[in-house]
Design a protein around this ligand. Sequence first.
Ligand code: C6P
Length: 420
Amino acid sequence: MKNTSTIEQQTRIDFPVEKIRRDFPILSISVHGKPLVYLDNAASAQKPNLVIDTIKKYYLTENSNVHRGVHYLSELATKKYEAARVTVQKFLNAESEREIIFVRGTTEAINLVAATFGRKNVQAGDEVLITGLEHHSNIVPWQMLCEEKGARLRVAPINDDGEVVLEEFARLLSGKTKIAAISHISNALGTINPVKQMIEMAHQQGVPVLVDGAQAVPHIRIDVRDLDADFYTFSSHKIFGPTGLGILYGKTNLLESMPPYQGGGDMIKSVTFEKTIFNDIPHKYEAGTPHIAGAIGLAAAIDYMNSLDWDVVQQYEQTLLLLAHEKLAAIQGLRIIGTAKEKAGVVSFVLDGVHPHDIGTILDQEGIAIRTGHHCAQPVMQKYGIPATARASFAFYNTIEEIDTLIRGIQKVKEVFGHV
Ligand code: C6P
């Protein structure tokens, strides 16, 4: 492993972070009279001008409903909305744009699969397999399904570093398992799961896999065909796009065989009081007027991401993470929660004798935004016997100086609590 000063020097030379920061107007605001240090990217990332301007232009000159009108604006909005689908398809390297469903977010995508694939395929006595790292969004929909069907939710445990115990994951896969639902990257700990390997293990048992990619898509390039994921989900707002929009990727044969999620406009071919013929995928899963501006904004966010060199971005982000780890670990009384070998984006920590909420509140006064709490991953907290952590989460627009500001902020927390 490189030493910190070498890493710092390389990072300063190689990555045009100041130029990138100028693309994100919010990064230059002040909070409580201090320059904003935004380290809550895992909760929601900031938006570049390209996304803001694209959405503004849509509402100024392109707005109408889609798939419904023969007039100029409706055709324009439809063209842009469907072009956004193709942008997402290429971004994920999906085989067809028909495999891309616009939903409200990762949460809705998982609920959709649980309510359609799950209701159809999971019966009494069957099992659904998740891991001990999951966000509530990848626990509760499966728990609800299992309760409804008399099925059993199985959980592959994590070790003390916050890594899924793969032998246990393999052991829990069986003929009873109807689906495995696993996070790509943990939001609470930053662990990167070896999802390709886990998918392979599941497929050997004939088990389809849903991957919750909410925390992965902002940090690594995803190739759903290389992963051979059956379903892959993510949220636009975490990849520098608008809120209220997310993606469900599903393999064509699965999406075609599942029942619809919601009934209404756009998801039908024809309706009589006796019978409704459902539309083809992807429209079968998009009932009602969709979030058109959201889809177009997401495509702009993807265009922005595509304009960056991702090998360099990933290297830079890993450097930030490593530096944050090293500098935080050197603080007396601070314990990092989540020490997996493969991590991205997130450092969770606790400080002796100080509740994480107090850390967050004092840091806020310094203009530093982090998240504190259970991060909607209470079982992860239970595993470590703690109620909450403080979590700093990074994006490619964060800087080494911001990590130093965080470290000074934590020293201040210690002073306030008389620990220095
Ligand atoms: N995690 C965090 O601060 P939605 O809310 O649908 O966009 O995403 C839900 C979700 C699902 N899976 C993972 C791994 C996630 O991290 C999240 C959202 C945020 O960690 C808000 S709780």
